[in-house]
Design a protein. Structure first.
Length: 132
């Protein structure tokens, strides 16, 4: 079970991705340790603010995500990202190499430099200028 915990933390920290797992909390571990391990797993997910859901919600998430369009162009020292999709859905854009960002412009308005930008409406253009 410790290996599973390590994989989850690595997926979050190193790859910014999701892990899909199916855990049977009853009799899959020897010594009746399954339920305790399952509860430890849920605690880890909560403590690390990792989304934990059921298969129906995961399917709905991917179906909505499939409808989004994301295009990016890196030209000289400027990254331009165009995002479009359904209204009333948010998406978090993680910007690479934050220490070298000179400025961020979101929909023609300069915004404070930060690693993550939450996009809450249907269409956005994000321009990120990097230092030489």
């Amino acid at each position: 079970i410790e290996e599973i915990f390590r994989l989850i933390i690595d997926a979050k920290q190193d790859y910014h991705t999701i892990v899909v797992g199916l855990f049977h909390p009853y009799d899959c571990l020897p010594g009746k340790k399954s339920y305790k391990s399952y509860m430890k797993l849920l605690d880890l997910l909560r403590d690390e603010s990792i989304w934990c859901t059921n298969l129906e919600n995961l399917s709905n998430y991917w179906n909505k995500r499939r409808k989004r369009e994301i295009n990016s162009i890196f030209n000289k020292q400027c990254l331009t990202v165009n995002v479009s999709g359904s209204e009333n859905e948010s998406m978090t854009l993680r910007l690479p190499d934050i220490k070298n960002i000179e400025r961020i412009v979101l929909n023609d308005v300069e915004v404070p430099i930060r690693e993550r930008i939450v996009l809450n409406v249907a269409k956005h253009t994000v321009k990120v200028a990097y230092r030489d």
